[in-house]
Design a protein around this ligand. Structure first.
Ligand code: FMN
Ligand code: SF4
Ligand code: SF4
Length: 466
């Protein structure tokens, strides 16, 4: 059985699954229940000066029957006194010495204040510190959170202050609300950070109430921009984590965050180099017990793939992300429809005609195919031809339908066909098709050797300017 044990920036972890700094890690009682459920670590809800929260404070985006595809919050850091949080961290560590507790910190941007906060958090027994340079709302207006994380010089300076006194590993939590996340990752590394975590939430307004005209969440008739997270942000987080991990000037042990809710999500972040993963929204939605599936699923997948430890596959996908100019221009795929699975819904045809390259047809080929020139006939002609080919009078209860063509879900006339000579292999039809595996993309050997844009332009003597 695969082992999920790992060491992150020198911290021993029983598994890579940590709770992110957020409501699920608000107090000791919660963190202990989470550890009982199977979580290997918890980043405590950010501790700082006493904070007041507003009501309401969350809003969300639903999508196609799925609640909370994206969650938005205008919550601030912990609204419980610092000394209570620290006393609870001490108690949790006393009872769960093998589990990881990271203190997330955010205080005024003053050296002495940071020094004092770091010492207090470490004295309480935290295994590491996470500097919250990411919170995009409320705190940033007071010169903290993303106000620090958006200015590389500040991020580096505060990291240096913290490192002057820290005895435990220091993680810098990065904000995605920046043009290039690597710039601050590099600054944190320059400042001596031992590890990174990414991403914090993305600035958002989730929606506006069309009766009251107030954006959500509504605080007595007004709202504010908030931080977006949950399944909707996973692609953004995956890209940002990959870009940091592929950059030699920023790479450090990475605790990946953003839309992680299943073992598959976790595996994907580990494949782009993450050391541990953190989860917030999925736990707010479904509770601590989702970690059971995450542990089982990841270890079973590792067994299937023959990976004995996380290090066996960590970062394997990193070199597979490259610049566009390095992609093989001679690689060609085309769409293929499995007619026995097609339900004749017509979605692929519409998508290809209006949104792609007009090469899915609903009429059947009746004549010879000469390059992309084909002789078509109208669907109803096909139906009539099939019916008239039946020699005896049909008995509806006994005979198959007039247009039947075997164990197929749709009449032949409703099953589209792909003109492969015109298909550009964009994938759109396979993405919209509601039936799994009905449209697959097949490689068609073009007989040409692989060639990238860079190679082609170099051959032609073209010097690119940008
Ligand atoms: C309600 C709420 C409160 C949060 N509070 C904090 C916080 O105090 N400190 C922090 O670093 N991140 C905070 N976050 C951000 C999460 O730690 C995490 O970075 C983000 O939600 C992305 O992960 P997810 O997609 O799994 O939710 C908060 C998120 C939510 C939804
Ligand atoms: S892959 Fe794109 S171009 Fe080809 S059939 Fe599908 S939608 Fe049309
Ligand atoms: S191939 Fe898929 S999308 Fe196209 S008609 Fe059949 S079921 Fe619908």
């Amino acid at each position: 059985m695969a082992s999920l044990k790992t060491t992150f920036a020198g911290i021993e972890c029983i598994n890579p699954f940590w709770l992110a700094s957020a409501p699920p890690t608000n107090c000791g009682e919660q963190v202990m229940r989470a550890f009982d459920a199977g979580w290997g670590g918890a980043v405590w809800k950010t501790i700082g000066e006493p904070i007041t929260n507003v009501s309401s404070r969350y809003s969300s985006v639903d999508w196609a029957g799925q609640r909370m595809m994206g969650l938005n919050n205008i919550e601030l850091i912990s609204d419980r006194p610092i000394e209570i949080n620290l006393a609870e961290i001490a108690e949790v560590k006393r009872r769960y010495p093998k589990h990881v507790v990271i203190a997330s910190l955010m205080v005024e941007s003053r050296r002495d204040v940071w020094h004092e906060m770091v010492k207090r958090a470490e004295d309480a027994g935290s295994d590491g510190l996470e500097l919250n340079f990411g919170c995009p709302h409320g705190m940033s207006e007071r010169g903290m959170g993303s106000a620090v994380g958006q200015v590389p010089e500040y991020a580096q300076m505060i990291t240096e202050w913290v490192k002057e006194v820290a005895r435990t590993p220091v993680l810098v939590k990065l904000t995605p609300n920046i043009t290039d996340i690597r710039v601050v990752a590099r600054a944190a590394k320059q400042g001596g950070a031992d590890a990174l975590s990414a991403i914090n939430t993305i600035n958002s307004i989730t929606g506006i109430d069309l009766d009251t005209f107030t954006p959500r969440p509504n605080v007595d008739g007004k709202s504010s921009h908030g931080g977006y997270c949950g399944p909707a942000v996973k692609p953004i987080a995956l890209n940002m984590v990959q870009s940091v991990m592929a950059d030699p000037a920023s790479v450090l042990p990475m605790s990946a965050i953003g839309g992680i809710g299943t073992w598959r999500d976790a595996a994907e972040f580990l494949l782009v180099g993450a050391g541990t993963v953190q989860v917030c929204t999925a736990v707010m939605h479904y509770g601590y017990r989702i970690v059971e599936d995450m542990i089982d699923g990841l270890s079973q997948w590792m067994d299937e793939k023959g990976f004995a430890s996380l290090d066996d596959f960590r970062g394997l996908s990193l070199p597979r992300v490259t610049e566009w100019k390095h992609l093989n221009l001679n690689y060609k795929i085309v769409a293929q429809i499995d007619e026995s699975l097609c339900i004749g819904c017509d979605l692929c045809h519409i998508a290809c005609w209006d949104g792609a390259h007009q090469c899915i047809h609903t009429d059947r080929v009746t004549g010879p195919v000469d390059g992309h020139v084909e002789v078509h006939r109208k669907p109803m002609e096909a139906v009539h031809a099939t019916m008239s080919s039946i020699a005896v009078t049909r008995i509806p209860k006994m005979d198959p339908p007039a247009v039947s063509h075997g164990h197929y879900k749709a009449p032949l006339a409703r099953i589209p066909r792909v003109d492969e000579t015109e298909c550009v292999g964009c994938n759109l039809c396979s993405l919209v098709c509601p039936v799994e595996d009905c449209i697959t993309m097949k490689e068609v050997p073009g007989g040409l050797a692989p060639e990238t844009w860079e190679e082609r332009t170099a051959k032609l003597g073209i010097v690119e300017q940008c």
